[in-house]
Design a protein around this ligand. Structure first.
Ligand SMILES: O=C(O)CCC(=O)C(=O)O
Length: 275
């Protein structure tokens, strides 16, 4: 569990940094999965839910992203479905448990463009409660000019904005953030995460964050576990174009096969990542 000072940091800033969260061997094993995944080689035989960059199809200038690679790759699954991720997300958000909402595999080589600054909960109107907690894990040592993730300190206390105008490769990654900051009557205090490979950052679903272009010479790779409350259900009428396909007729309940519980306070987790 996190210490009182880590919890206080999260409550104040909307994010908390934990170095050494992923061990070196696992960092190497995860890095080795990027080439096959983005080349369309799926170990389990199942395609990920979103495959936003494909080798040979998409611009080399775009940041590469796959969502729900855990369904396609057992190494990714063993990290993003970690029980302690669910436990920490629950502790920070006051949930009785946490289940995976989606994962992201993000690969930003030198020269790749920005991801627009946004709030994750702007995209969660398809679930109730529409709350998200995220564990972002870096697989490379990060540098401010290498397109690392950046957080706006204290912005989890701002109002929820609508989805941003351009997420992938926007001309101005800060455009929507600046509007939100002026609506809140504050100047955004932007904090780039400069940390060694294996560091995790847990962030609140309302914390504004994004990442600028990689203008350095090194790779910037990360894996991300986005969690929701284990009590979350599908919204009656709002849909996600991708994820509402997993809603069963006549039920709003989340299916354990598609949104597994990572941790539950009474310890009744149904699956382990290996199953
Ligand atoms: O890694 C990045 O550049 C952005 C990741 C992100 O948006 C997230 O973890 O919610």
């Amino acid at each position: 569990m996190l210490s009182d000072s880590q919890i206080a940091q999260f409550e104040q800033d909307g994010f908390v940094v934990i170095e050494g969260f992923v061990d070196t061997g696992t960092v190497d094993a995860l890095r080795a999965r990027f080439e096959p995944l983005f080349g369309g080689e799926f170990e389990t035989g199942i395609q990920p839910d979103e495959w936003n960059w494909r080798s040979g199809r998409d611009s080399e200038e775009h940041t590469r992203q796959i969502c729900n690679a855990w369904k396609s790759d057992n190494t990714i699954a063993a990290t993003v479905l970690r029980e302690d991720i669910g436990r920490i997300c629950s502790q920070l958000r006051g949930w009785s448990g946490a289940r995976i909402n989606q994962d992201n595999v993000i690969w930003k080589p030198p020269g790749a463009k920005a991801l627009g600054f946004h709030q994750d909960e702007s995209y969660q109107s398809w679930i109730v409660p529409a709350e998200m907690m995220t564990c972002w894990m870096t697989l490379d040592d990060t540098l401010a000019q290498q397109g690392t993730i950046e957080y706006v300190r204290g912005s989890h206390l701002w109002a929820l904005s609508k989805p941003i105008s351009t997420f992938h490769a926007p001309d101005d990654p800060l455009a929507d953030l600046e509007q939100a900051a002026s609506a809140s009557g504050v100047k955004a205090d932007i904090v780039p995460i400069v940390a060694p490979a294996g560091t995790a950052v847990f962030h609140h679903g309302k914390t504004w964050h994004g990442s600028r272009a990689n203008s350095g010479s090194g790779m910037r790779r990360s894996v991300v576990a986005h969690c929701m409350s284990s009590a979350a259900v599908f919204h009656q009428s709002n849909t996600s174009p991708v994820y509402s396909r997993y809603k069963r007729i006549g039920s709003n309940e989340m299916d354990e096969s598609f949104f597994p519980v990572l941790w539950q306070c009474d310890d009744t987790r149904v699956n382990t990542p290996a199953e």
